[in-house]
Structure formats: structure tokens, C-alpha cells
Design a protein around this ligand. Structure first.
Ligand SMILES: [Mg+2]
Length: 317
């Protein structure tokens, strides 16, 4: 594999890795609800089940533990479900296998796989992905804004640390969005979909000489937390629906602890629980609402223990 960081040099002792969609940028809901989900329907001829399939896409990518996964992995999940539930999707097994094994999941990689195998499903996946990129590019600029508090937090981070964007989105879109929001002046390098998985990106950054204890991954999804854990670096959660609060607390809390050497142990454990707690709460609330819609039931979900931790953290802010 070519060196994805050719020419990059470590400048400071600390490194902050930041995810983009749903973490720094308030783009997650709009991209999935108006671009990713709707583009599935014409490519695979799914109009008889459009509403259900789009709702399921949003669940996979926004409201469950798979929030924030690579687009092709999300696509493999939903195509397998469509194949089981609605209509046959030829070669879906080959597509699922590819998303589980390929070192890179990008337009370029899916195109190469189509040329290699001649299987229609890879061509369709490319068509869908390119159409999604076109739709995202055409979204109004005010639908692609950074969360409040991001600029101040990144400015503070960049005074002490190198800053890397580590995203599984399309590189061109990420760079344009960060540029437009005036955030690139606090960024040293952008790693995205075509640089490999988030875990591989953090690994490549570590090879530039950072001590894992000096590296922090910031993200909104369990996958960001796992990418940090894979590399033995720290993790800070941007909580769904509490993004601004999470960023406002970042300089005085996360950054401060990282530099003081007190991020590890109990604090890190709490941060890991918090991201799962926040999503778990979200899933249950959504399921509760659906149950109410379908049956009129007023059953209330019991609060999960992780939620109590999240609330305690929010309260302590
Ligand atoms: Mg994200």
C-alpha cells in the first residue's frame, strides 16, 4: 500500500484526530435523510418499499450502534436485508464479502472490483455512491455547517497539538466543507475514505512518531471509539444531540487532561461508556415512539445505566 502520509511530518508532541460528519460538522442527518437513503431507490428499483427502506437506512446509519460506518458497509447491510425481505439482490453475498475484506472502501475501490469481477452489483454500488456525492455537492451551503464550539475547540487544540481530520467520508467533500467553514487553518492533514479505515489512518499517524498516550480521537460514533481502541489511543465522545456542549467542554477538560497525563484510567472508561449510553438512549426513545405510533402504547423505556453516567457528565459540565 502506498504511504498515505507521504511528506507529512509530526510538529508537536500531541495529536488530535477529529471525525467530520456528525462530529465537527452538523451534516449527518441531512446527508443520510436527503442523499444516501433516497439514492438507493432508483438504482435497485425499490419504490414499492421506499418508505420502509429509507427508514431502515436512517436507523443503520444514524440511530443505532452502526452510526457513522463506511457507506459501502452500510450499503452491504441494507442490501442483505432487502434480499431477505423484499426482493432478490443478485451477488449480494459477494458484495458483503468484499466490504468485510477490502483494505479500502471507496468509489475507486468499488470501480476496480466491478472491472475485476464484472458483477453488476459493484457497478450499481458505484452509480449509487457517485449520485450520493452529486446530491451532497448540490446541498445548500447552510445545510453543511460546523457545530457551534468546534472552531474554538480546534483553535485551542492546534496551539498544543497537531490536528488530523480522520473521516470515512469522501475526501473532496470533507476538504470543501472544512475550507468553507474556515476550519482548515487549524488542520495539519486530512485523511478520508480513500486513505483506508479510520483505524488504519490512526495507525499510519502513530508511525510518524507520536506516543499513543499523546493521541486523542474525537468522534460521535462507536466506530470512532473502536478505531481509537485498536491503536491504544484515547477517545473523546461528541454526544449525539449534545454536540455543542461536548465541544465547549473539550478544551478545558479533554485537552487539559491529555496534556496533564490524566486522560487514562477511570476518565477514559467513562468516556467510552458515555458514547454508547447516548446512542442507547436515542435508540430506545425512537423505539418507544415507534411503538406508540403503531400500537398507541404509552410504555416508557427504563433508563439504561449508561445514560445515568452520561447525565452525570453533562451535569458536571
Ligand atoms: Mg461521525
Amino acid at each position: 500500500m502506498p504511504d498515505i502520509l507521504e511528506g507529512y511530518r509530526k510538529q508537536k508532541e500531541y495529536l488530535i484526530c477529529v471525525d467530520s460528519d456528525g462530529c465537527a460538522m452538523d451534516t449527518m442527518d441531512s446527508k443520510h435523510i436527503t442523499c444516501f437513503g433516497p439514492c438507493l431507490i432508483p438504482v435497485w428499483g425499490l419504490s414499492p418499499w421506499e418508505q420502509k427502506i429509507r427508514r431502515r437506512w436512517d436507523e443503520i446509519n444514524l440511530y443505532t450502534m452502526t452510526r457513522g460506518i463506511n457507506r459501502f458497509k452500510g450499503l452491504a447491510m441494507i442490501l442483505a436485508e432487502i434480499d431477505r425481505t423484499y426482493k432478490a439482490v443478485p451477488d449480494v453475498d459477494a458484495f458483503v464479502r468484499w466490504t468485510g475484506e477490502a483494505p479500502e472502501l471507496s468509489n475507486q475501490a468499488v470501480k476496480a472490483q466491478w472491472e475485476l469481477t464484472g458483477k453488476e452489483i459493484f457497478r450499481q454500488a458505484l452509480e449509487w455512491s457517485e449520485e450520493v456525492n452529486r446530491k451532497i455537492g448540490a446541498m445548500p451551503e447552510d445545510a453543511k455547517c460546523a457545530f457551534d464550539g468546534v472552531r474554538e475547540a480546534l483553535k485551542a487544540a492546534h496551539e498544543t497539538a497537531d490536528v488530523a481530520v480522520v473521516s470515512s467520508a469522501n475526501k473532496k467533500a470533507v476538504e470543501e466543507e472544512w475550507q468553507r467553514q474556515g476550519l482548515m487553518e487549524y488542520v495539519d492533514v486530512v485523511l478520508s475514505q480513500d486513505s483506508g479505515s479510520k483505524s488504519a489512518c490512526i495507525n499510519a499517524l502513530l508511525k510518524k512518531g507520536y506516543c499513543p498516550d499523546h493521541v486523542l480521537m474525537v468522534g460521535d460514533a462507536p466506530g470512532d471509539c473502536e478505531a481509537a481502541a485498536d491503536n491504544g489511543v484515547y477517545y473523546y465522545p461528541i454526544l449525539v444531540k449534545h454536540e455543542e456542549m461536548s465541544w465547549r467542554r473539550f478544551p478545558g477538560e479533554a485537552l487539559e487532561r491529555l496534556v496533564r497525563g490524566t486522560y487514562g484510567g477511570a476518565w477514559q472508561e467513562q468516556m467510552v461508556k458515555v458514547v454508547r449510553g447516548a446512542l442507547f438512549y436515542f435508540i430506545r426513545r425512537k423505539m418507544g415512539k415507534l411503538a406508540q405510533e403503531n400500537t398507541g402504547s404509552r410504555f416508557k423505556w427504563k433508563k439504561p445505566s449508561d445514560l445515568c453516567i452520561m447525565k452525570a457528565v453533562i451535569k458536571a459540565a
